[in-house]
Ligand binder design. Structure first.
Ligand code: UT7
Length: 324
């Protein structure tokens, strides 16, 4: 028998305020047409002024725990993937422990920007397989609206706020790719590309949170190639190819990146969960949001083979293959 980390529950939360593309036409030299055609984004959610990343994470965590039929103290730990924490420290994850009333276990944040959730899933899987925990809450939560330069039309129209969560618990299989649970992962980063996507402030530099800066076009060109390579690597480890995938659940940065990656993998677009039109780019939250939407819509079902893949600042990128 082989130990496996199974998805036991999933949930998400989006802030109430929905901002359509037309809002940006009032203050910037941009148009709904440009944003839709270049990115696929139609609207995004922005957190209220008094709503923080840990608040979004709390709602998503509760939804995931409810769907698993579990209470906060049933989990051994929390991993929150975020680049937009409430405070420099303590972690969003420990704030979440407090908000959920969790009195045991451990909690920490993990930062790999848009690839954060893939990194967190891979880390959680390793902890479960090595017996450091039996059951973990894995969350992607972001308030990217707080690091936008509202005068920069090339970035501020692209991002949104939200949170998604999964509960991973113990399972068993025969060690084959037919098992349910996390089957393989592939993680990468390359610091030579730091300038492509970064925030121009921080604790030990400016002492401020800073604003997001991105060279969109060069990053776009890196994205399709690196996402296809990491997806092939994770699938190859378990002897599978794109033909075996039921659902690609990609990081939702740009519909054209998603289409390009699916095409290279020879996976038709009707087997890709798309939320970019409604959520924009929510960084580490985008994959768990899309997983949760895919399940809520009755598309992702038990036994389906799911590929998650993401790339973002660093550059950091990777993929996780799991059977739902
Ligand atoms: O989540 C992390 C990973 N992020 C990504 O992977 C994002 C990757 N990049 C992208 O998604 C795309 O590169 C963008 C959506 C950011 C931009 O699309 P693009 O097709 O690469 O456009 P571009 O940057 O080459 O810009 C084309 C034109 C430029 O004008 P000129 O120089 O051709 O006159 C821009 O100034 O579009 C202009 N532009 C805009 N026009 C209207 C840039 N932003 C806007 C805007 N409205 N909001």
């Amino acid at each position: 028998m082989t130990r496996r980390a199974l998805v036991e529950g999933v949930g998400h939360y989006l802030p109430e305020r929905i901002v359509p593309n037309s809002e940006f036409e009032k203050t910037l030299d941009t148009s709904d047409e440009w944003i839709r055609s270049r990115s696929g984004i139609e609207r995004r959610h922005f957190a209220a002024d008094d709503e923080t990343t840990s608040d979004l994470a709390m709602h998503a965590a509760r939804a995931a725990l409810d769907s698993a039929g579990l209470a906060p103290d049933d989990v051994d730990g929390i991993i929150v993937a975020t680049s937009t924490p409430d405070l420099t420290f303590p972690s969003v994850a420990t704030m979440l422990q407090q908000k959920l009333g969790m009195t045991r276990g451990f909690a920490f944040d993990l930062q790999a920007v848009c690839a954060g959730f893939v990194y967190a899933l891979s880390t959680a899987n390793a902890m479960i397989l090595s017996d450091q925990a039996e059951r973990l809450l894995v969350i992607g939560a972001e308030t990217f609206s707080r690091i936008m330069d509202w005068t920069d039309r090339s970035t501020c129209v692209l991002f949104g706020d939200g949170a998604g969560a999964v509960v991973l618990g113990p399972g068993e299989g025969d060690g084959s790719a037919a098992d349910r649970g996390i089957l393989s992962s592939d993680l990468n980063s390359d610091g030579r590309y730091l300038d492509m996507l970064y925030v121009d402030g921080g604790v030990s530099t400016t002492g401020t949170a800073g604003k997001l800066r991105m060279q969109g076009n060069p990053l776009f060109r890196q994205a399709v190639e690196k996402l296809t390579t990491t997806a092939d690597a994770a699938l190859g480890k378990i002897g599978l190819t794109g033909q075996d995938i039921d659902w690609i659940v990609p990081h939702q940065a740009n519909i054209r990146i998603i289409q390009g990656t699916a095409k290279k993998m020879e996976v038709p677009l009707d087997r890709v969960i798309l939320t970019v039109q409604d959520h924009g780019n929510t960084s580490a939250a985008s994959i768990p949001l899309a997983l949760s939407v895919g399940v809520a819509e009755g598309r992702i079902k038990p036994g389906d083979l799911v590929l998650t893949e993401a790339i973002g600042g660093g550059l950091a990128w990777g993929s996780v293959v799991l059977r739902w």
